[in-house]
Design a binder for this molecule. Sequence first.
Ligand code: MYA
Length: 431
Amino acid sequence: MVGSNSSPGGQDQNQDDNGVPSEIEGSIESLSRKAQNALALAKKHKFWETQPVGQFKDVDNRKLPEGPIEDPTPLSEVRKEPYNLPNQYEWCTCDIDSEDTQTEIYNLLTNNYVEDDENMFRFDYSKEFLKWALRPPGYFKSWHIGVRVKNTRKLVAFITGVPAKIRARDRSILMAEINFLCVHKKLRSKRLAPVLIKEVTRRVHLENIWQAAYTAGVVLPTPIATCQYWHRSLNPKKLIDVGFSRLGARMTMSRTIKLYRLPESTITPGFRAMERHDVPAVTRLLRNYLSKFAVAPDFNEDDVEHWLLPTENVVDSFLVENPDTHEITDFCSFYTLPSSILGNANYSMLKAAYSYYNVSTQTPLLQLMNDALIVAKQKDYDVFNALDIMQNESFLKELKFGPGDGQLHYYLYNYRIKDALKPSELGLVLL
Ligand code: MYA
């Protein structure tokens, strides 16, 4: 299973001696990935070559400064009218508060959004999740953009932005986070995506915002970092039955189930769900932790309340409260993003937890994340996914995560980062 905007399925099938999938340096997969990335750099990008993003030809140019690529234009010069669409389509602003619109967006994404390379799984963002993802503090309704067929009003394409303060090294900038770009399967390869991107850009500019952050499974000009998803089986039998993972060499099903078994209850004293009164302490903990990374969100208390206070089946957050001092010392969180399982007679849904923000100051990160796995198992998730960003590499192998078979590329629009970042320099999770 590979995460957000990367393909939602499939573990790299190499196994280590314990049966846990492992990354074998120089394996066919990694060689083929390197070849694909090299080919991607040579590809022409008719649209992206016209945009203020790092261009492949400039990758080795040390003279270009870090920071905005273009200056803002005066607001009076921002185009007032929406971009032109082919005649039979029209723009709409999707009212995410309306039940009917939620259903339309949900149906478009559930049937047409990101799939893995083998078309076995497709992300199935819930309506509750979409409401959470699209209504953070200060959100703009005009950034929830749809395309409809004029005759039938059918929703056939979508793109969204939400505002977020993001720090790039020592500069904190109000940006747009762009997500949920989707064109109906029947309308692919007609150059609709560039029109959607230009339209969201125009609407972001109208709010006097000039930078954006986004992730994608595809290579575009030019990633600021390339990351990998890792997967921790919680329900190995189901994962194997649906083709998400494979039984390792020399492994039986019962040995595999035993390998991934977890304790019934969490281990850390004072480990409990986050509550509203914890927002100030969690904000302090997170702000301090995220200051270590080159690119990270600049969260205030309102952001933490929105993004991290638990919402059932959307986001779960736990913390460690010292039983003696009542100090909040550690924090972990994950969000819920199921995938539809395509064409399996026995199962239709894979329940996946995605590691979100985690901070350890007193409890070792490994122990904290083991407790996160235990609660995810208690809540019946099939798999726990994590990117190799922040300090995640320190626990992935030890907690029996295996590498996924896709990559997730991070991008900034109209902001140049001089050298590509290592995943461990990234402190940002996009949904
Ligand atoms: S990533 C999730 C993307 N969605 C999916 O993968 C869902 C399934 N796929 C689809 O719905 C379609 O295949 C999509 C493309 C819609 C992806 N990001 O219309 P086309 C370029 C950016 O003929 P289609 C997410 O949501 C492609 O390189 N560009 O293609 C973050 C080519 O350009 P060029 C992409 O397949 C989105 C052009 O589109 C992506 O029918 C961030 C082809 O257009 C992609 N994922 O539709 C968006 N995929 O010729 C950027 C293809 O130049 C935001 N393309 O190579 C930028 C910041 C904007 C705000 C700025 C504010 C200041």
